[in-house]
Design a protein around this ligand. Structure first.
Ligand SMILES: Cc1ncc(COP(=O)(O)O)c(C=O)c1O
Length: 467
């Protein structure tokens, strides 16, 4: 019992929450108003941290200014979209010029800009065709619908801890639950068929993957996997794992979908699969690709995408919505993608170097105060740097942090400490890292990373008495 009480850190979190309420009084006040008209005070669960979220007035580069006047060092960076920092001038200038010249808002037409952006994206992703949509969730949903139609099969294989957005086939096996069935359905209101239709396998475990294909391969429409686990806490896929995935998919006639909503343009000016030398049948991108606007896309094999068009008999209703390929959004996308292509040789080595400094600094800061912390987000033999990491407190210092099933399991890592207490404590130092994850952009300086280290050290001093 004593152990469980300690593990949920209720007393620590209560005390942090009290200090937080004092530190952010105007945000506390706004939260009361927000809750009167919005469920939990907002429209995105993860961002509505307890006791209440910090409300932001403006943001530029590595920083955000909140309604209480704090300059907050931001490692959330637009939910991992803002690789050039918050409100990067290259994008805001292009948008301002477009609005001034009479383009930008919705027309419900289609223009040359869409063709240029599609050509650029296909080149960067090595894809034959692309179709734009407005969220990563829709992109993965359509990728799965296309796979099911193309193969004439029902089953979808995904990875435990893999988040593909709030769409029916993505809402299984995201959050770890202790017990014999750790990966269940994440929501009520879904078709009961999904329990059997979506199978969950273990990230970075080629043997289990082989076994899943041996049993279900003839019925598998697709395997959807992130080459870099995002919500699963920032771990690169092992090269052997992705090679096995490609081989098995080929052998069984299953489509391989790489969900690169986080990893696309995060490691290079294109898809991460390229660095592994592996081409998926379909790839989904979003976040960075939108340049700060709601753009996502699904790209890949022309014969598969054809099923949502006239040539393929319009068999899959990936028809688009009112705001699909919105002009201002596509302009932001084209501007961001072009910038990353032109500056690839500076942006990615810089992010790799900062990422290494960040992980080193975090671990050293906690260690200096006697707290054993570890970071995920290590590079591997094919991917030389990584600019998103998460902080963990494994119970066993030697534990290999090689999959979401390890870092999301409270029996392996102190998840209440990393996901609840740590972000609150860091915010008391005016450093923003939602759920313990830290994303870097080129707007961060070495001094910003040092400041994160100092904040981790102050955090360690705060939490140590409760451990
Ligand atoms: C890997 C991955 N796929 C899909 C999604 C869903 O994208 P969106 O939030 O744009 O719907 C996310 C969102 O975080 C993601 O991380």
């Amino acid at each position: 019992m004593e152990r469980d009480v300690k593990r949920d850190h209720a007393r620590l979190i209560d005390e942090l929450s009290a200090a937080y309420t004092e530190h952010f009084p105007r945000s506390a006040e706004l939260d009361r108003r927000a809750r009167r008209v919005m469920v939990d005070g907002g429209s995105h669960g993860v961002r509505l941290n307890r006791p209440f979220p910090v409300r932001i007035d403006s943001a530029h580069g590595a920083y955000m200014r909140d309604v209480d006047g704090h300059d907050i060092l931001d490692f959330w960076q637009g939910h991992f979209a803002n690789i050039l920092g918050n409100n990067p001038e290259v994008v805001t200038t292009a948008l301002a010029a477009a609005f001034a010249s009479g383009t930008g808002l919705q027309l419900g037409q289609t223009e040359a800009l869409q063709i240029e952006t599609a050509e650029l994206l296909c080149r960067c992703l090595g894809a034959e065709k692309v179709r734009f949509t407005t969220s990563g969730s829709l992109a993965t949903m359509y990728a799965i619908m296309l796979s099911r139609a193309f193969t004439g099969r029902d089953l979808v294989l995904k990875v435990g801890g893999g988040w593909h957005g709030a769409q029916p086939w993505g809402l299984k096996g995201v959050y770890f639950a202790a017990g014999p069935q750790p990966w269940g359905l994440e929501s009520e209101g879904l078709s009961a068929h999904l329990t059997d239709e979506v199978l969950v396998t273990r990230f970075n475990d080629p043997e289990e993957l082989t076994e899943q294909f041996r049993i279900h391969g003839e019925r598998l429409a697709c395997l959807i996997v992130e080459p870099f686990a995002g919500a699963g806490n920032f771990m690169l896929a092992a090269p052997e794992y992705l090679r096995t995935a490609r081989e098995l998919a080929d052998r069984y006639g299953t489509l391989l979908i790489f969900d690169e909503v986080i990893s696309g343009f995060r490691f290079r000016a294109g898809d991460l699969g390229f660095l592994y030398g592996i081409r998926p049948d379909l790839v989904t991108v979003g976040k960075i690709v939108g340049g700060g606007m709601p753009v996502a896309a699904m790209a890949g094999r022309g014969d598969v995408l054809a099923l949502c068009g006239r040539e393929g008999g319009n068999r899959v209703a990936f028809t688009g919505g009112t705001y699909s390929a919105h002009p201002a959004s596509l302009l932001a996308a084209k501007t961001m993608i072009s910038y990353l292509v032109e500056h690839e040789a500076e942006v990615y080595p810089r992010l790799a170097e900062l990422g290494a400094q960040m992980r080193r600094r975090i671990v050293e800061a906690f260690a200096a105060e006697g707290v054993a912390a570890r970071c995920t987000g290590e590079p591997n033999e094919l991917v030389s740097g990584c600019s998103i990491s998460a902080v963990h407190f494994p119970h066993d210092k030697a534990l290999a942090l090689d999959g979401p099933h390890v870092v999301l399991d409270p029996a392996c890592c102190d998840t209440a400490l990393s996901q609840k207490a740590l972000p609150l404590a860091l915010l008391l130092e005016d450093v923003y890292t939602l759920v313990g994850s830290c994303a870097l952009g080129v707007a961060h300086s070495n001094a910003d990373v040092e400041r994160l280290g100092d904040a981790c050290r102050a955090t360690a001093r705060r939490i140590r008495p409760y451990l």
